[in-house]
Design a protein around this ligand. Structure first.
Ligand SMILES: Nc1ncnc2c1ncn2[C@@H]1O[C@H](COP(=O)(O)OP(=O)(O)OP(=O)(O)O)[C@@H](O)[C@H]1O
Length: 300
């Protein structure tokens, strides 16, 4: 019995000469909240489209709860919130949500769906008269019209205000706590850091990193160390162990190190007495930039 929610095995999808997804293999599990990160054009939306059966793979295999994506969707196991695609024009929010509920094999009550997405107040409004953020809330309602085992979200909080974002992520956390799998593509790395228990970094259709946010930060290798010296000798500092970067500005030295403890220890070993010593981890955003830029440099 395969317990995976999603399995990609060697999946490839090209548009002409562009390999949008390039030999991608991964497995997502029930209860996981997974962030899909990557620079523009990395293949995030294509990956989600393949997962939802909206596009066929050129090669490889995509399974959702052990079946084809289409079958999983027909069985109501998947809820999705995508970036593109207009909402129907001449219907109200309530009518559209009602329709989504009626199509779901395990629907929630319409009133509950409206309320959870914060659109009760605008339920009678035509969907083509909504603001961008309201439209996002309606998409959120559609993705949670029923009890789905996998929820797929493409940049879900774009345009949402703070309270909509908070309500949104609280709902997604609840879903994950109930054993549902939540997969979301995002450019908001602080959201990925705060919400995801697993982070996938895509780059040119390949998986560059897969782990917790803490593991991704560690993989980027570095911690930031800054300190002041009375007399800076760049040559001596350049010889410090585990350095991955150094900048000197006046008496202030900023370095990145893959082993900050050993680097600082060696600093004292040189007979130097750093003042105002600060050691900090890289944020997920800096780690993401470091990982993707290193890959760019490697494949250039
Ligand atoms: N329908 C299409 N026809 C041709 N090329 C496409 C098509 N859709 C995507 N691509 C190309 O495939 C690559 C991956 O695109 P994709 O939209 O999956 O990336 P993404 O990671 O979602 O990007 P973004 O962060 O900008 O939304 C890009 O180079 C893109 O130009």
């Amino acid at each position: 019995m395969n317990a995976a929610a999603v399995t990609f095995t060697g999946v490839t999808k090209a548009y002409g000469t562009v390999k949008a997804v390039d030999g991608l293999s991964l497995e997502l599990h029930p209860g996981e909240t997974v962030a899909l990160l990557g620079p523009n054009g990395a293949g995030k939306s294509t990956t989600l489209d393949l997962l939802l059966g909206l596009r066929p793979a050129d090669s490889g295999d995509v399974r959702v709860f052990g079946t084809s994506p289409r079958e999983a969707i027909v069985r109501g196991r998947v809820g999705a919130m995508l970036q593109s695609g207009g909402l129907m024009d001449e219907v109200t929010v309530a009518e559209l949500v009602q329709l989504a509920c009626s199509l779901h094999p395990r629907p929630y009550p319409v009133r509950e769906v409206l309320s959870r997405a914060g659109v009760t107040q605008i339920a009678d409004r035509k969907v083509n008269k909504l603001s961008g953020g309201q439209e996002q809330r309606v998409r959120f309602a559609l993705a949670t019209a029923g009890d789905s085992d996998l929820i797929v979200l493409d940049e879900p909080t774009t345009g949402m205000d703070v309270s909509a974002r908070q309500a949104f992520w609280a709902t997604m956390r609840e879903q994950a706590d109930r054993g549902r799998t939540v997969l979301f593509a995002t450019h908001y790395l602080e959201e990925a850091d705060a919400i995801a228990d697993r982070v996938l970094v895509l780059h040119r259709g390949r998986l560059l990193a897969d782990g917790t946010a803490a593991e991704i930060k560690a993989k980027a290798g570095a911690r930031k160390v800054s300190f002041d010296l009375d007399a800076v000798d760049p040559d001596a500092l350049a010889g410090l162990p585990h350095l991955t970067g150094i900048t000197v500005s006046g008496s202030t030295v900023r370095i990145q190190s893959t082993d900050a403890d050993a680097t600082v220890h060696a600093l004292y070993g040189l007979g130097l007495y750093p003042r105002n010593l600060e050691v900090a981890g890289l944020g997920l955003e800096q780690a993401f930039v470091a990982i993707t830029e290193a890959e760019e440099a490697r494949t250039r």
